[in-house]
Design a binder for this molecule. Structure first.
Ligand code: MG
Length: 161
């Protein structure tokens, strides 16, 4: 595991997200398509996604913006918009597309699906943000992108015809 991957995983952990939380979402996305799927397969797929440079950069950038907003370090207008997770902001959904873009169209469709449904840790991040006094405006979308990319990898790997 590279230093940057380790750093990204540590950052995710500090923000309340464990690899297993992401793997659970991947499992739910793919279990109906792959009958032999195990949680271990999903954990491995998430870890492989986390090895990619584009992915690490998106994670570290998104979390850096969240952290800057929670410390009120940005210009007031944009700081307020990010901190209150304004529904019309939208840039928090655009940044993680750099993760989805390298994992194909299955990753892309699942990304939109997860953003709407907010299963598991994705939905919990809002409440967790209040408890931990953290801003998770970019983080929830980054988790959507990692999970949908890991699911896409499994879908392509398990194609047998
Ligand atoms: Mg968001």
């Amino acid at each position: 595991m590279s230093n940057l991957t380790e750093k990204a995983i540590k950052k995710l952990n500090n923000r309340g997200v464990e690899i297993i939380d992401i793997a659970e979402i991947v499992y739910d996305l793919q279990k109906k398509y792959i009958s032999t799927l195990t949680m271990d397969d999903c954990i491995k797929s998430v870890c492989t996604v986390l090895e990619k440079r584009e992915v690490i950069h998106a994670i570290l950038t998104g979390i850096a913006i969240d952290e800057a907003a929670e410390k009120n370090l940005l210009d007031e207008e944009i700081n307020d918009i990010i901190k209150k997770d304004d529904a019309l902001y939208g840039i928090d959904e655009i940044l993680p597309l750099s993760i989805v873009n390298v994992h194909g169209s299955i990753a892309f469709t699942n990304f939109g699906y997860l953003d709407k449904l907010k299963p598991g840790i994705i939905g919990k991040l809002d409440k967790l943000g209040e408890e931990m006094k953290q801003c998770h405006t970019f983080l929830d979308d980054i988790i959507c992108a990692i999970a949908s990319s890991a699911a896409s990898r499994l879908a392509h790997k398990n194609r047998i015809d």
